[in-house]
Design a protein around this ligand. Structure first.
Ligand code: ZN
Length: 240
């Protein structure tokens, strides 16, 4: 899962829907934007968890300059910084920007630039295939589910295809090289307000994609109670 963004109701729906599972792989941005950073970190850590760090996590523990963030994101990072308890902060401080989980590479933004780069299309995806050595790499950061498949042999953008995985569809990792974004748990941006996640079965090497409804109202109430920017509450309703 990627981009939980301190949205506890969304995380709990995903955990319930994905059950049973062996472990959670979190692809960064556990916090930021949302109203429950401590609760989300604690809930994730109550499961067997492997996690990397995202730009909003780094922004919330004072490890990156917030001047490059847009206004709502900056306000939310500053709020999160004041809210994080010692346990959660220490946990986030120890996370790396990219890693190897089993036979899969993981990076928050992209394998080339794990913290900042957005893989928004073929032009960005193609050069990134040269920056990881496993067959597949999982990413987040754009909050949009996508599968990039290396076709090889061709030049430029034709070397790769992209598709948006439908909910409840699955792919076999097979022999192709892939960059896969499961979408965002806590702040989807593809016009579907449901929380997005993927499940990976290493034995069969099948990855399935899922969407699940959650209590958007509960998170909106918590955002407003925390006096975070109202736009952060409104957008959850539309998945934008
Ligand atoms: Zn994010």
């Amino acid at each position: 899962m990627a981009d939980v963004h301190a949205n506890l109701a969304a995380l709990d729906s995903v955990i319930e829907s994905a059950h049973p599972f062996d472990q959670i792989w979190a692809l960064g941005d556990l916090v930021g934007y949302g109203p429950q950073p401590n609760e989300v970190v604690a809930r994730l850590r109550s499961h067997k968890l492997r996690s990397i760090v995202g730009n909003h996590d780094l922004g919330s523990i004072g490890k990156v300059d917030l001047s490059s963030f847009h206004a709502d994101a900056r306000v939310a990072c500053e709020w999160t910084a004041g809210e994080l308890n010692d346990d959660a902060r220490r946990f986030l401080e120890e996370l790396k920007g990219s890693a190897l989980f089993g036979d899969v590479s993981v990076a928050h933004g992209s394998p080339r630039n794990p913290t900042w780069e957005y893989v928004t299309g073929l032009q960005v995806a193609v050069p990134n295939f040269g920056h990881f050595s496993t067959q597949a790499c999982l990413i987040g950061h754009t909050h949009v589910p996508c599968v990039y498949r290396w076709l090889g042999g061709m030049l430029g953008e034709d070397a790769c295809s992209s598709s948006e995985p439908l909910p409840n569809s699955a792919i076999e990792l097979g022999d192709d090289r892939l960059i896969i974004n499961p979408g965002s748990v806590g702040q989807p941006r593809d016009g579907d307000s449901r929380a997005a996640y993927a499940c990976y079965e290493p034995k069969t090497r099948v990855m399935s994609f899922h969407r699940v409804e959650y209590d958007v109202d509960a998170t909106q109430v918590a955002i407003r109670r925390a006096r975070l920017p109202d736009r952060l509450a409104v957008r959850l309703q539309y998945g934008t």
